[in-house]
Design a protein around this ligand. Sequence first.
Ligand SMILES: [Zn+2]
Length: 463
Amino acid sequence: MKKKILSFLLFFPILTGFSQVSDSMMLRKLFNEALTNQTAYKNLEYLCTRIGGRICGSPQAEKAVQWTKEVLDGMELDRVFLQECNVRHWERGDVEEVIVNPGKKSSIRLNACAIGGSVGTDPEGMTGKVIEVYDFDELKKLGREKIEGKIVFFNHPANPAVYYTFEAYGGVAKYRVYGATEAAKYGAVGVAVRSATLAHEDYPHTGILHYADTIKQIPAMSISTNDADKLSKRLEEEPDLNLFLRVTSSEQPETISYNVIGEIRGAEYPEEVIVFGGHLDAWDNGQGAHDDGAGVVQTIEVLRLFKTLGIKPKRTIRFVAFMDEEMDQRGAKAYALYAKTKNEKRETGNEKPIAAIEADRGGTTPFGFSIDATEGQFDKIRKWKELLLPYGLYTFEKGGSGVDIRDLKPLGTALIALVTDSQRYFDYHHSANDSFDKINQRELQLGSFSIAALVYLIDKYGL
Ligand SMILES: [Zn+2]
């Protein structure tokens, strides 16, 4: 008996040591393969340049679904399937005009685009006086007396003095999302919103807005940051100037679309599922390279890395390309319902989603992970930090995960986001500037590796 204990004590450190060595060796293999193979980069090139912007309901979104399925079908996975969801079908139309003092010598055309989901103006457009506001408090103070019949210009610059640009974005995106509804409450006839970006440039940035059922729906345009500054200056000189808005966007009947799913079935615990993915839809005014083509191809790459290196997962590893993150998250809802049903019907479906990883913060250099999980799950993940540090992954923080996976939270799933260098992300986000040429191949591939490494460790040790 004593001898047995002694030999266990002697061998235990060696065994754990061995396991760490094999983990670091396997991570090195994953890294070498991820950084030397160009599949993810080529996939992104196709998605961006051959399919392009692919907002839900569009023919491009449909093409993206078919293409993603073909890519997965060619990978000899254990299962590939489409998961149906209804989606909105909003069309931008081909006219997006914002003009200061139309028809006058002092007239200038501003770089503008419709905010996603905006109603159109009358076909001939509309002209109105402008009232500039900094925030919703100011809007409220001005009240109906000052606002009725006017176009509200929300000019709230994003705060450059924050490290995480998502924080700056969060501080201003609300004017794009709720500006039209808040202004309409006081009788405004339209809104022009400063683009939600830290960059000083000429690209207008779009994104979704939310109308309220009981409030009049008014047209909403986004104008570039440079032109927001220009308009503000013009208003100082000439508070009574006219602003012309014309936009031909419209809402079409809902249509059917799909999440695209591919998986490798676990050899030992197939009911335990590790999900990873990004969103397949992207705004129609760009190519959706950083948002979120990058996340999609990086997470397809996780499957390829496992297949190429012959890693047979113990648990089921599943890629999901979510449809419709940008408007209503119908794909995320469809997947969450599927996961919940499978989790409840243990006798037939028998699934437990133990972890979900979303890549939706741009294809720039990854720094680590933001984790929304129990203390136990968080501690376990943080213990792998030493293995991941050599690859620049030092961030293991408690925080938000991703819009497409958050509905899995009630199932006890550990929710994880890939954290990337956010400094340039909002220069591209939701604009024509979000194109394939803004992707750095190495940065993209580092992201593929980072997710694959985490999936490897979660699969090996469970959560
Ligand atoms: Zn996104």
